[in-house]
Design a binder for this molecule. Structure first.
Ligand code: AMP
Ligand code: FE
Ligand code: FE
Ligand code: ZN
Length: 288
């Protein structure tokens, strides 16, 4: 394809590299996606866009379409809410300022969590830095990797179910905008905002009235086919999406070796990828 306006499915619109808490480089993530039969993918590192160019180049070399993306951290009261953003302008000043603020605060917060853990376990901040690439968005997964390296836990799952769980008392929150602000920032940057895994099990859900406020603020849709969404939650979201004529997506949330999720375990329908592309104005897909 030359200046092609066409893409091919299957499409997976939610994968992480080591620019946030995935374990592989952006190019390796693209190769994994290709190996799992995908032909279109979005890289959606938490709160940063620095992986785009490497991923786009790898995608082009494999004949895949690359959709620039990001997973923006937000929170509604105490609830962590992740907002997927597609095809926005990566230089939008308001969005850049907000993601810089989130990443800066995440860094201090991770150091505070490590300080708390070090009261009871042999863990240092340097252990975490050793497991983190230079300017990655630092999160609890990196602390989990340091705990694994120290032999304190076996894997990230054990870390999240134990030491990193808020009930254990080491947890610290980080700054994040409220979801309405997050959705507006993405829409104002020409992007399409999709709530990531909105109905995960074992957590209190966002109230329906609040989701309706997000729709009024310019929300594009919901990530429905995601392994952590509950079946009743998916049914509720499908109805809501139909009522408001919103986009629905499916994706893996691949994190390399950091999670069991495999590329392409859920996919997004071609018609929905087309709607995201048609609705966005901040940046363009990179066609092969
Ligand atoms: P944080 O944003 O620093 O609080 O960490 C949350 C991140 O940890 C999310 O982006 C998830 O991808 C990751 N995560 C959450 N639970 C697990 C788990 N059980 N195993 C591996 N990674 C997880
Ligand atoms: Fe993550
Ligand atoms: Fe997420
Ligand atoms: Zn994710």
């Amino acid at each position: 394809m030359t200046d092609g306006q066409a893409f091919a499915g299957p499409s997976d619109l939610h994968l992480h590299s080591n620019h946030s808490d995935g374990t592989e480089t952006p190019a390796d993530v693209v190769r994994q996606a290709h190996g799992h039969g995908l032909r279109t993918l979005a890289l959606t590192d938490h709160d940063r866009t620095t992986g785009w160019d490497e991923a786009a180049e790898a995608a082009a070399s494999l004949g895949m379409t690359f959709i620039p993306g990001m997973e923006l951290s937000a929170k509604q009261q105490w609830r962590s809410v992740h907002v997927l953003a597609y095809l926005f302008d990566p230089a939008d000043p308001a969005l850049v300022a907000e993601t810089n603020r989130i990443r800066d605060d995440r860094l201090g917060r991770a150091e505070r969590i490590v300080g708390n853990i070090s009261r009871d376990y042999d863990l240092t901040w340097n252990d975490v830095l050793e497991r983190t690439t230079a300017d990655a968005t630092v999160g609890r997964p990196h602390i989990a990797d340091a705990l694994i390296a120290r032999g304190i836990v076996r894997d990230r799952t054990e870390a999240f179910e134990g030491i990193l769980h808020p009930r254990e008392g080491y947890y610290e929150p980080h700054y994040a905008p409220d979801p309405i602000t997050a959705v507006r920032l993405i829409a104002d940057a020409g992007g399409v905002a999709i709530i990531a895994h909105p109905v995960t099990s074992g957590r209190e859900q966002m109230p329906l009235a609040y989701i309706e406020q997000l729709i009024d603020a310019g929300l594009g849709g919901f990530e429905i086919d995601h392994r952590e969404n509950t079946e009743p939650g998916k049914r509720m979201l499908r109805e809501l999406a139909a009522t408001h004529d919103l986009i629905t997506t499916g994706s893996s949330d691949y994190h390399g070796a950091g999670k069991p999720n495999r590329p392409g375990e859920n996919t997004t329908a071609d018609a929905m990828v087309e709607r995201i592309i048609a609705q966005a104005s901040g940046s363009a897909p990179r066609y092969p």
